[in-house]
Design a protein. Sequence first.
Length: 127
Amino acid sequence: MALFPSFIRMGLLPDMGASWLLPRLIGEGAALEILLAGRPINAERALRTGLVHHLSDDPLASALDLATTFATRPPAAVVATKRMLRRAADGDLTHALGLEADAQAAAIHGSEFADMFATWRATRIAD
């Protein structure tokens, strides 16, 4: 059973950015229910609401597999993707589309794309 801070049961309010982050992760309605009820949340509910992305019987192996996958991706594209996601969160769809267009134009002219595309072109395998 995953526990969520039960501040409300002590007459306290959410802290550490939970009031900002939680609605963005799972929606305002689910966030309000969790924060106002102050009840434990099991893993299946956390998955259904989007509080977690997936469940695993071996979380360490899953984490290492995902970290290994991330580490094999082109570093400049990883950094640019993370930066773009963070900047896009501050605006609307039009803002995000502009960020994507600018980032994609820069990536197309980068050496990572040239190298990865040459590999794909020769093998039809991107990795």
